[in-house]
Design a protein around this ligand. Structure first.
Ligand SMILES: Nc1ncnc2c1ncn2[C@@H]1O[C@H](COP(=O)(O)OP(=O)(O)OP(=O)(O)O)[C@@H](O)[C@H]1O
Length: 290
């Protein structure tokens, strides 16, 4: 087991008059190579959950293990951070150096990589994340939203973690920016074989990318299973304060209208193909632009 949570409870402001229980009774096992989506209403505990996964937060009750290491073990913090990299929801929280180069180099420097290795790593992650090398001497604050996100991801990837956690990596980006980030994440999973944990408010994005889905509701795990079981169960989603992805809603409606749908699809391209196939219109021909 790569990440394991046992009976975890987390309380902000513990033993103060401002105590706020954010998570309770969390039991979770994640194996290497998985691609997991974490969804849930605002305030359901998603960000808290992932901060527990790399030891940024430590539970008051229960234990979290990363590759067998208890995250309470202060001597092993670096080792844990090297295994599990967390990209924050707001890139501004992560970018603080004078230049993009220094920001990306910060993590590997901290882990004691040599100057040569750092240079090589920075180049490698910039190529992977499509960050033009002329940006390296700029201040991170001169960058566009999409560039900032890619630099924030690059800074974490430069430490070469086995698992990458991304908290809302596309918030505030336009369609093109989102697609670009998702293509990169998919490549990291398929080609670089990284374990990916993605928090997103967009159920469409989670449905398209992930296989396993965890639904949080009021600090508890409401569901943990396949995306099909999660997204095709409208009652479960509604109980968790979520709406089914539009793409599934459309297919439910089409099915009611007599469309033959054996299996729900999660990408717009596949649904479009299915609709075209079902239409049987004599005037629709291959290659007419639609
Ligand atoms: N630093 C903090 N101090 C006190 N309470 C906090 C703190 N951070 C989060 N909380 C509370 O803990 C609960 C869980 O918050 P968390 O940020 O983990 O939820 P979330 O699902 O990630 O929300 P969002 O989707 O809005 O990012 C919420 O009730 C939140 O108000």
């Amino acid at each position: 087991m790569f990440i394991e949570m046992k009976n975890v409870e987390f309380i902000y402001g513990y033993k103060t008059p401002f105590e706020k229980k954010a998570l309770e009774n969390i039991n979770l096992s994640i194996t290497k190579g998985e691609f997991i989506g974490i969804i849930g209403k605002t305030g359901s505990g998603k960000s808290t959950l992932v901060q527990l996964m790399n030891g940024l937060l430590v539970p008051q009750i229960g234990d979290v293990f990363v590759d067998g290491i208890n995250t309470r073990d202060k001597k092993k913090v670096k080792e844990i951070r090297k295994k599990v990299g967390l990209v924050f929801q707001y890139p501004e929280y992560q970018l603080f150096e004078e230049t993009v180069y220094k920001d990306i180099a910060f993590g590997p420097q901290n882990l004691g990589f040599s100057e040569e290795e750092i240079k090589r790593k920075v180049k490698e992650v910039c190529d992977l994340l499509e960050i033009p090398h002329q940006l390296l001497e700029k201040s991170p604050f001169e960058l566009s939203g999409g560039q900032k996100r890619r630099v924030a991801i690059a800074g974490i990837l430069a430490m070469d973690p086995e698992c990458l956690i991304l908290d809302e990596p596309t918030a505030g980006l336009d369609m093109r920016g989102r697609k670009r980030i998702f293509n990169i994440i998919e490549r990291l999973h398929k080609e670089a074989k990284k374990t990916i944990i993605l928090i997103s408010h967009s159920l469409e994005d989670v449905a398209m990318l992930c296989e396993r889905v965890i639904i949080l509701s009021k600090g508890k795990i409401n569901f943990d299973g396949s995306k099909h079981q999660a997204f095709e169960n409208v009652e479960l989603l509604e109980k968790s304060g979520l709406l089914p992805p539009d793409i599934l809603y459309l297919q439910h409606r089409l099915k009611l209208k007599g469309f033959k749908i054996d299996k729900f699809e999660y990408s717009i391209e596949k649904v479009a193909d299915m609709i075209v196939k079902n239409l049987h219109l004599p005037f629709v021909e291959e290659g007419d632009g639609f």
